[in-house]
Design a protein around this ligand. Structure first.
Ligand code: SAM
Ligand code: SF4
Length: 266
């Protein structure tokens, strides 16, 4: 469906959980987060029913994100359910990769097509510092297995402070070249100020061509990451919620809008 600015809205990002097995310094506040209550988290059945309605409005591309999608129990079943919807032409996942070595094969068999793996450093100590204790070897192993089972293409999301010439970014770029992976460098955004960040090698932040809607794990459907407009899909009919957010998708995001990556999903 076209929005009021003539953009064809065909992409839905679904955050399946706000829980995560890492604590990246730019994503999770130091004081910890207030977790969404279990009863407020959408069930897989609800997500499935919602997507079946969304495809009638032209959604044909789905990305799962989080929190960390792979920490939610039974996530592979959700992939299976969504991939069974014939209108879905593109099904992908953004993950920190820690559990990818365990799930890559099952995910592929369930119908997942491709993955974006977040990797901000190759150096063991740097990776551990940024993620507050993560083991980079597990991520690299996960990427290797994802490649082996045929998830393709594999994109690597790397958050940079200021420039792609930083040591960690250069290491990631070299690693991608050596392993035929596609790097995407994302400017770190200030979660307090909600500043925009450009995605180098992606189309995030390009409002004119933005084709996305977002669904948070507690059911808030949002037309834009940088705007507070949202409607909870448990409170209205699914088709009304979708129509509402498409009709109210802003021309451009506002810097300063409240923003929590671990809930909305980057
Ligand atoms: N846990 C998964 C992961 O890390 O890939 C999926 C969710 S995470 C919120 C999605 C993406 O948002 C990651 O690539 C992460 O690097 C990015 N992200 C989180 N906080 C950010 C920030 N403050 N600025 C820019 N990107 C951020
Ligand atoms: Fe977790 Fe992803 Fe946020 Fe890191 S960026 S804390 S892995 S949700």
């Amino acid at each position: 469906m076209l929005d009021q600015f003539g953009r064809e809205i065909n992409y839905l990002r679904i955050s399946v959980t706000d829980r995560c097995n890492l604590r990246c310094i730019y994503c999770m506040p130091e004081e910890g987060i207030k977790l969404i209550k279990h009863e407020d988290v959408l069930s897989y059945e609800e997500i499935f029913e919602f997507v079946k309605v969304a495809v009638q409005f032209g959604i044909n591309k789905i990305r799962f994100t989080g929190g960390e999608p792979l920490v939610r129990k039974g996530f592979v079943n959700l992939v299976k359910m969504i991939s069974s919807i014939k209108e879905i032409k593109d099904l992908s996942l953004t993950t920190n990769g820690l559990l990818l070595s365990h799930y890559a094969k099952e995910l592929k068999e369930a119908g997942l097509m491709r993955v974006n793996v977040s990797l901000d450093a190759i150096d063991k100590n740097e990776y551990s510092r940024i993620t507050c204790g993560g083991n980079v070897e597990e991520v690299l192993n996960g990427i290797r297995i994802a490649k082996e089972v045929g998830l393709s293409p594999i994109k690597i999301n790397c958050v940079i402070q200021k420039s792609t010439k930083e040591k960690n970014a250069i290491d990631v770029k070299n690693y991608c070249e050596e392993n035929e992976l596609i790097p995407r460098f994302i400017q770190e955004m200030d979660i307090e100020k909600g500043e925009f960040g450009v995605v180098h090698g992606g189309n995030g932040g390009d409002c004119e061509n933005c084709n996305r809607l977002r669904l948070t794990s507690d059911g808030n459907l949002k037309p834009c990451l940088f705007n507070d407009i949202s409607i909870n899909i448990r409170k209205v009919k699914y088709d009304e919620a979708i129509k509402f957010v498409i009709e109210n998708k802003p021309a451009c995001g506002l810097s300063g809008a409240s923003h929590k990556f671990y809930n909305i999903g980057g």
